[in-house]
Write a protein that binds this ligand. Structure first.
Ligand SMILES: [Zn+2]
Length: 151
């Protein structure tokens, strides 16, 4: 917790480093698509296949945007074509300020001095004492079908 809290102080980006790298990779992929306007917020993105992107719903027909809560290359191509800010369409949980909040409360270390001694921890636990009833143990038998017919 402490290491992560210190590490986040060095980050100067909007997203966490992993998400910034992901965005960079997805942005490179997004350049190979052509985007065509359909209706407000809805676009058709073409390459070998065609995809329907709705930027206000944060959705794409490839479904990766909905699953990852992070725009797919089709979504990023659309956001850029609509002259919008890409960061406005990325989930807040990928941002550095949310990461800071996650690790802002320290978890206090716990001492084990007051715990029981190590000798009792290695003692063997015996099974409970039970009394065996007198006589032979009862074995339940089921009569076979042939045996029932004769009698
Ligand atoms: Zn997509």
């Amino acid at each position: 917790m402490g290491e992560r809290r210190d590490e986040v102080q060095r980050w100067t980006t909007e997203l966490t480093p992993k998400m910034e790298e992901r965005l960079k990779v997805q942005m490179e992929k997004s350049h190979r698509f052509s985007v065509h306007y359909s209706s407000p917020s809805v676009y058709e993105v073409r390459s070998d296949f065609s995809y329907v992107v709705n930027i206000s719903d944060h959705s794409c027909s490839c479904v990766k945007w909905q699953i990852n809560c992070f725009p797919c290359p089709h979504g990023l191509a659309t956001i850029q074509a609509a002259s919008e800010n890409v960061y406005d369409y990325i989930d807040k949980y990928f941002r550095v300020d949310m990461f800071k909040k996650s690790y802002s409360f320290p978890i206090r270390p716990i001492t084990n001095v007051d715990m029981s001694s190590s000798e009792s921890a290695t003692d063997c636990i015996l099974p409970p004492l039970t009394k065996r009833p007198p006589g032979r143990p009862r074995v339940k038998q089921f009569k076979s079908v042939g045996r029932l017919k004769r009698s």
